[in-house]
Design a protein around this ligand. Sequence first.
Ligand SMILES: *Cc1c(COP(=O)(O)O)cnc(C)c1O
Length: 409
Amino acid sequence: MAAENYGFAFDPDGLARALALLRRYLGARPASAASERPLPATLPEDGLGELETLEALAPEVLGGAARLGDPGMFAHMDPPTPWITWATTLWNAALNQNLLHPDTAPSAREIERRAVAWLAPFFAMEGGQMVAGSTLANLTALWAAREVRGVEEVVASEAAHLSVRKAAALLGLRFRAVPVDRGQRLQAQALGDVRNAALVLTAGTTATGAIDPLECGEEAAWVHVDAAWAGALRLSGRYAPLLDGIEYADSVALSAHKWLFQPKESALVLFARWPEARQAISFGGGYLSVPNVGVAGSHGATAAPLLATLLAWGRRGVAARIERCMALAEELASLVRTHPELEIFAEPSCGVLAWRPRGIDDLRGLRARMRGAFVSLAKIDESLWLRSVAANPMADPALVIEAVLAAGS
Ligand SMILES: *Cc1c(COP(=O)(O)O)cnc(C)c1O
């Protein structure tokens, strides 16, 4: 039987239809996700066929989706993605390379090496690998720290991401939290003994975007910088100095599906001494002709859309988009600062702003009443704040302010 008959061949009409549906939904205002034809409760015995399936799923998959590039979207660390990544992700799906094995990814492994080689120097790192998110990047880095330096403890600030505690638990390492200062930065003088510890410093905390003092902890057995969010600033000549000190780290985590505008799941874990770290996290044997490096087994070519974006935009182009986001956060901050009914937690250092209307206790209710714009919530020192993350270069700060004021009145 020919590939066409099995549904594996290139089908120009089907693919054109898929693109047409995508285009229609991107152009239309958010429709209700209610489909005229609800999905069957159980696996159907007979299939609808591909074209019917596209029509049946479009209201759910496309119509029901959050629109991360809308002007009111100023909430989470999830960016809209550029179309070059849509195209290359389609290539990925069609080719389905598996980077576990050179036979099933003869060129994709090289593309990943290239993407890593392009980005690692901005952090003074030697190499590393792509992983499915910074949760896994943090786990991989701390795993290497345990193997290479025999660390017994993971030390991080109270404001560190929960994935750091999770990694410590998975690796059987003690976790110790260090207090933060008023700006949510790790208090270097409260570090304690870190000679047997992996010290995790955060570059851009999830709640407020605080950047820990990145030169501290010289005596730590291993220093890992969780730059999941703010690491991308290293590509901007203007903002790179905010992360000075990162070059002394033993390892760095960076989520490309945050401020490098990549589709999920795209992140990097980078190491100052890659051959040593790679050796520590490698398993060989069996049917594998090359060792399996890192936590994942089979994994795909997420480097292709990343490399495509970097090639299409160049460093300057990436920096311009991130700088635009930084400007939007500044603009939002200045609107909040000058409005008598609003208060700000701190000036935004890397595109994350915590703010709220004065005298409103029920911020959850306020958020639920908002129309046309989105914010997220963050708990800081037991107090709830609205949180706006500048991940969307098309966001409109005035729209967000308007929506919050309307919902609060
Ligand atoms: C988002 C984030 C993580 C987790 O990254 P994922 O890519 O969501 O797994 C870890 N640390 C910080 C500081 C983050 O902002």
